[in-house]
Design a protein around this ligand. Structure first.
Ligand SMILES: [Zn+2]
Length: 335
């Protein structure tokens, strides 16, 4: 009986064997899949954490880099000064970039003019008119300036001042700056120091005698023909004058000049220029060039073209006083 029972059990076992085997395989496969899935999940999570760590580190580094850029590493005394830009110039003479030694007076000469004009307001132009006052042209020039509400600098010749006091007063009344252009319009470098001083001082006196207030007397000298040397500059300082040459030469005094050629020369300017023009014919006939024209009407006509065009382009017109307000010059003494 017992043997039979055992045989029956064996038969059952043999019959069930494929099912049992199948179930075991299923369990093994399921377990393996589960383990792989868990391992995959763990691997993915680990990588995500590492990636986030990397992003945080990169962000931190970026912040540090930005800090280094915005935080100055040296104090202000170590900051290197940027040299002033060089303005366009029509002269054959090469301007020096070295800043002149600071002094009480300003000398805008051939060497230093780029240095000084670079300090003028951007897009500003200083119109200067030499050799007047002239009852033929100065009045026309003043009318045009008034019409456009701009100011200029007039370098007056002493002997012409006396007979034109009303014009000198009108120049001042309308807000323009007076300049000293010597009494007889000589070549100053051919004169003695004493003679040069007389040329400058008698012009100051002639202007004062027109009833011009002390604070409106010339503080600027322009030497005739641009002829000057160290002595000239020293004498000018003694008389209380700054000196100013020019950066744009319109050549308006020449026979060959036309209102168009004069205007073209000025319209080339990018700003920060001192423009040389003339509101009177030759002040010294002994030194008159055969190339010199007997009229300055071209200058007057050119102004009517130049001013509105430059104003439309956003340029402003300044006097030398406005262009160089920082100069600390004491008022000239007039005897
Ligand atoms: Zn002159």
């Amino acid at each position: 009986m017992s043997t039979l029972k055992n045989l029956l059990t064996l038969e059952m076992t043999v019959k069930n064997l494929p099912r049992v085997l199948f179930m075991r395989r299923l369990t093994i496969v399921t377990g393996a899949v589960g383990i792989f899935a868990l391992a995959g999940l763990f691997w993915y999570s680990y990588n995500q954490i590492q990636r986030n760590k990397d992003i945080i580190r990169e962000k931190k580094e970026e912040i540090e880099r930005n800090k280094q850029i915005t935080t100055p590493t040296a104090d202000s005394s170590e900051i290197v000064a940027i040299p002033p830009p060089v303005t366009n110039s029509n002269s054959e003479l090469t301007p020096s970039l070295a800043p002149p030694t600071p002094k009480e007076t300003i000398d805008i000469d051939w060497n230093s003019r780029s240095y000084f004009t670079a300090q003028m307001p951007a897009k500003s132009i200083a119109l200067t008119l030499d050799d007047g006052p002239s009852n033929k042209y100065t009045e026309q020039v003043l009318d045009i300036l008034k019409q456009h509400q701009i100011q200029a600098t007039f370098f007056l010749v002493g002997y012409r001042v006396k007979e034109n006091c009303p014009l000198v007063n009108r120049i001042v009344r309308e807000g323009h700056t007076l300049g000293n252009h010597t009494y007889h319009h000589p070549i100053l470098t051919q004169l003695s120091a004493e003679e040069q001083k007389v040329e400058m001082e008698t012009t100051q006196t002639a202007i004062k005698n027109c009833g011009i207030a002390p604070d409106k007397l010339p503080r600027w000298l322009r030497t005739p023909y641009g002829a000057q040397d160290e002595t000239t500059l020293q004498i000018a300082h003694q008389v209380g004058l700054n000196t100013a040459l020019w950066t744009v030469d319109t050549n308006d005094w020449r026979k060959t000049a036309t209102s168009k050629s004069i205007a073209e020369e000025v319209l080339k300017s990018q700003g920060q220029d001192i423009v040389l023009m003339h509101d009177a014919t030759d002040a010294n006939l002994e030194l008159k060039s055969p190339e010199s024209s007997d009229t300055r009407q071209n200058t007057v006509d050119a102004l009517t073209e130049i001013i509105p065009q430059l104003q439309k382009q956003g340029f402003q017109f300044v006097t030398l006083e406005e262009a160089f307000p920082s100069q600390s010059l004491s008022k000239p003494e007039v005897k």
